[in-house]
Write a protein that binds this ligand. Structure first.
Ligand code: PHE
Length: 345
């Protein structure tokens, strides 16, 4: 019996040492140390032994059990450690590999122009105001001194939704709304960026939807010279300190007098070229002193209050600033076009 036990120990240990995985190791444990295993069987047969032999065999059986068990445990931690090492090796990352390029977006050129203009005017104490794109005929036209049937309505071909509601044709209704909100009390200093709509056939310089930025200042003693000074600061900051401005008489029903502002052409330095159509000047915006009728309609005393307003198109400014030759580039969202504006950010 002693021999049998020793044999079992040698055999079991050999198998444990050769075990290739945790599953196999567990099978060995069950086979040798389990209830149906050979050692248990030996212990069961101890009743047949003599009183002297019994404790000797019992002690030996326990020793064999412990030896096998210890060997299994050692092998188990060895296998577990190997498994961890293998997993780590499989998961290792090569930090020297170059990363995958990330596509970073950029601001749309019109957004950039609008933000630049906003910042410039905010720096001069203006606030930003916004109004609805679906507008009442009253604010888009009537409150701006353009009663129904006024021939100047033809200057802005409109998309009507009902007789009284249309897509705004300019940002000037925001002036009328803001003045009305102030209930006849100044001062007001706002700029209003936004989308506008006109019934135009789209081509390189026209679009049925485009953007405008409106400016309005109302207060006591606001003069034409304030308008000119403001526009001069704007033109120089936007297009360069060497730019000259000139104001040409014009007509808008909501301003009197009305002007159009040109800047000297950068391309030719004012000598005349194809960009400025040989005139040396480029038209940038419309402006004027707020018409007394407009002030009165909004509840202002036009003897006490005066004001100036101006309106410009960010597309036109972006086209001049970035040398874009077709307004449609701004709306077709060709990434090859848009990407070019990422560089400056
Ligand atoms: N609203 C005018 C236009 O769209 C521009 C403008 C605004 C002119 C304010 C004068 C004063 O043509």
């Amino acid at each position: 019996m002693q021999e049998r036990l020793q044999e079992l120990q040698t055999e079991a240990i050999q198998k444990v040492d050769q075990a290739a995985g945790l599953k196999e190791l567990n099978d060995i444990r069950v086979a040798y140390l389990g209830k149906k295993g050979p050692i248990t069987e030996v212990l069961r047969g101890m009743g047949k032994l003599s009183a002297e032999e019994r404790p000797v065999i019992g002690a030996l059986a326990n020793e064999v059990r412990e030896a096998i068990s210890a060997r299994i445990e050692a092998k188990q931690s060895e296998l577990e450690e190997a498994a961890v090492q293998e997993k780590l090796a499989g998961e290792s990352i090569d930090v020297t590999l170059p990363g995958r390029p990330v596509n970073v977006g950029s601001h749309h050129p019109l957004t950039k122009i609008i933000e630049e203009i906003e910042d410039l005017f905010i720096g001069m104490g203006y606030e930003i105001a916004e109004g609805p794109e679906v507008e009442q005929d009253y604010y888009n036209f009537e409150a701006l001194n353009l009663p129904k049937g006024h021939p100047a309505r033809d200057m802005q071909d409109s998309f009507y939704i009902t007789e009284e509601i249309l897509l705004r044709t300019h940002t000037s209704p925001v002036q009328a709304r803001t003045m009305k909100k102030h209930q006849g009390k100044g001062p007001i200093k706002i700029i209003c960026p936004g989308k506008v709509y006109r019934r135009d056939n789209d081509d390189a310089t026209h679009s049925h939807q485009f953007m405008q930025i409106e400016g309005l200042v109302v207060g006591e003693n606001i003069r034409m010279s304030d308008l000119k000074g403001t526009l001069d600061v704007f033109a120089k900051k936007m297009f360069g300190q060497d730019r000259e401005i000139r104001l040409r008489p014009s007509f808008f029903p909501f301003t009197e007098p009305s002007v159009e502002m040109d800047i000297s052409c950068k391309m030719c330095g004012g000598h005349g070229c194809s960009v400025c159509k040989q005139t040396g000047w480029i038209e940038i915006l419309g402006a004027g002193m707020v018409h007394p009728n407009v002030l009165e309609m909004a509840g202002y005393d036009s003897k006490k209050y005066t004001g100036f307003a101006f309106g410009m198109g960010p597309e036109r400014i972006a086209m001049l600033k970035y040398g874009v030759d077709d307004i449609r580039h701004f709306y077709t969202n060709d990434v090859r076009f848009l990407k070019q504006f990422a560089i400056e950010e």
